[in-house]
Design a protein around this ligand. Structure first.
Ligand SMILES: [Mn+2]
Length: 403
């Protein structure tokens, strides 16, 4: 189980006396006409409450040494109910978040009005783009609070991120589950690949595999055939898969909020050409070498430098490039990022890794002139002594990718 209360306790320890901490789940964002995008909860709010509903608020107060935790969620509305379905009851919200006290969002302002004079410091998540229960940018809300009440504002975002960077056992289990779900769906999708298919058909096969298990996509699926593989966040997926091309897949799903993020590159007709095989072998060897390097104390910057050196050396040895600085032409992204509630989970790249960090390892090589884009991405848990590859079940050896 998630320990939402335990996570909040770590923040409460940091709070000064006579202070309040306010976090918001966010609001629904309009798409067009009367349509809204699917609601995406602020992941920091979710991390501390487990609640996934719009217009919710977490208020923690520490006044004269007394700590109170209170959740506000939208009230039951019979008209809304028959249009868009159920919301949390007060009991449910309290149980999920493990708090004693609940009220409806509409009662927040009156409640706050009664305690406002006891508060000197206010803690807010000031990450750009985070919206309050009224849809106002939190940064503007902070200015308003300072102007109105003279509060001293502290950005609590960095402290929440420090917690999120270190996954507990349950979070690691959820990531493992998501990787397994992604593995099943990916296996199905790969088995269908053949010349004459469209990129979107392969993506659809993967997405069906995720959704039939009541899952969701962690991010927009990338299925990039041939030369499209050199475009890192290729969004179109409308090209035909040609005989002799590679298909680069970068995808991930979940049914528990913690996403997988996997890349595999496979030959469309089931056979690698010699050049494709050469380059693929370099990327695969690099992926394994980086995983072998990972241990507490290393930073993501270290891993990136190692990757550049590794790829540079191998490409020069193969005669695929001559001068050192050319590597930026063939490898132009980071090798790792943190992974968790967000695909690109927040984390400081220069911080030493510690046990419990979950990161991606995703070297790639991109040769526009040969129409070759290759990336091999695994998801790795940092342990006391090294790293565990959580996505080991997803084939990446050449012999497992040819038909
Ligand atoms: Mn990634």
């Amino acid at each position: 189980m998630h320990d939402f209360k335990g996570r909040r306790a770590k923040l409460i320890k940091l709070m000064k006396d006579n202070s309040a901490l306010l976090l918001f789940s966010g609001v629904e964002i309009k798409k067009s006409a009367d349509g809204y995008f699917d609601f995406e909860v602020n992941r920091n709010f979710y991390y501390l409450t487990g609640l996934k509903q719009e217009n919710s608020i977490l208020l923690i107060t520490k006044i004269k040494g007394v700590v109170k935790e209170k959740i506000f969620t939208l009230a039951f509305d019979p008209l809304q109910h028959v249009w868009t379905g159920r919301r949390y009851t007060a009991q449910e919200a309290k149980k999920i978040a493990n708090v004693e006290s609940h009220d409806i969002t509409a009662a927040f302002e009156t409640y706050f009005e009664n305690i406002k004079d006891d508060i000197k410091h206010l803690y807010l998540d000031l990450e750009p783009g985070i919206l309050t229960y009224t849809g106002k940018e939190t940064k503007k809300f902070a200015l308003m609070m300072t102007g109105q009440y003279g509060y001293e504002i502290t950005d609590i975002y960095p402290e929440i991120i420090k917690l999120r960077m270190v996954k507990d056992e349950y979070e690691v289990k959820l990531i493992r589950d998501s990787i397994h779900l992604t593995a099943l769906a990916l296996k199905d999708a790969i088995s269908k690949i053949k010349p004459g298919m469209y990129e979107y058909e392969v993506a659809a096969a993967f997405e069906y595999g995720i959704k039939k298990h009541h899952g969701q996509l962690g991010f927009s699926t990338i299925a990039a055939g041939g030369k499209n593989g050199i475009i890192l966040h290729y969004p179109h997926l409308d090209a035909l898969l040609n005989d002799g091309d590679l298909l680069l897949l970068d995808l991930g799903g979940h049914n528990n909020m913690y996403t997988a993020d996997i890349s595999r590159t496979v030959p469309v007709n089931g056979t690698f050409t010699d050049l494709q095989k050469k380059i693929y072998s370099v990327v695969l060897a690099c992926n394994k070498a980086v995983i072998a390097k990972i241990k507490p104390g290393k930073t993501l910057v270290d891993l990136q430098n190692f990757t550049r050196e590794f790829l540079k050396e191998k490409l020069i040895a193969l005669g695929l490039m001559t001068a050192d600085e050319e590597i930026s032409k063939y490898y132009y992204h980071g090798v790792s990022h943190h992974l968790g509630l967000d695909t690109h989970d927040p984390g400081e790249r220069s911080l030493p890794l510690v046990p419990g960090n979950v990161i991606t390892v995703e070297p790639g090589l991109y040769f526009a002139k040969h129409g070759i884009g290759i990336r091999v991405e695994d998801n790795v848990l940092v342990t006391d002594t090294g790293a565990t590859n959580l996505s080991i079940e997803i084939p990446k050896e050449i012999k497992d990718l040819v038909k």
